[in-house]
Design a protein around this ligand. Structure first.
Ligand SMILES: [Zn+2]
Length: 60
């Protein structure tokens, strides 16, 4: 991942709740840690709204 100048961070909005994410893993997944747990359920419901993206492989 590219390094940013001190004091700067990347922020993206959570694909599920719209909250701002600043943690590197959350930015990469576009989901907060809580929403990531629900993302599979929501993806089924909102498959037409959410573009596909690669989720990090996690053991649940
Ligand atoms: Zn969220």
């Amino acid at each position: 991942m590219d390094e940013l100048p001190a004091g700067m961070r990347v922020a993206v909005q959570c694909a599920r709740c719209g909250g701002w994410l600043v943690a590197a893993e959350s930015v990469a997944a576009r989901l907060g840690p809580v929403c990531a747990r629900h993302s599979r359920v929501d993806a089924r419901r909102a498959a037409t709204e959410i573009p596909l993206f690669d989720l990090p492989k996690e053991v649940n």
